[in-house]
Write a protein of this length. Structure first.
Length: 116
């Protein structure tokens, strides 16, 4: 009876150790980020933009405005602050968390010189 108890305890302990390793942060499946909102959703080059969303990750990734890389100021799991890039044109903003790309949200650049 005592021997069975030790075997059961050993198996339970082993299960807990191995299951904890399977849940380790570096082994979690990568999920695509999701942009919920841009604040503001229009502006000029150099403006500070706030992106609210989900699953941005712990490590700083990349954000593009119509394909042009933006300067990230702050990167958190659900919020990013960045500068709108100089050479970008109106178009989609995409967050890449190093694993996958987000949905696209439109950003409109204002104040561009108009042709006369």
């Amino acid at each position: 009876m005592i021997r069975k108890s030790w075997v059961v305890l050993f198996l339970l302990f082993s299960f807990l150790i191995f299951s904890e390793k399977a849940i380790a942060a570096d082994e979690t499946p990568c999920m695509p980020p999701k942009i919920i909102r841009l604040i503001p959703n229009s502006g000029k080059a150099g403006d500070t933009i706030h992106i609210k969303g989900r699953r941005f990750g712990l490590n700083t990734g990349k954000v593009t405005f119509n394909g042009v890389l933006a300067e990230v100021l702050t990167w958190r799991m659900e919020t990013i602050y960045l500068k709108a890039p100089d050479k970008a044109k109106s178009g989609p903003v995409i967050v890449n968390n190093g694993c996958d790309k987000s949905n696209e949200i439109l950003f409109t650049f204002e104040g561009l010189p108009q042709e006369k």
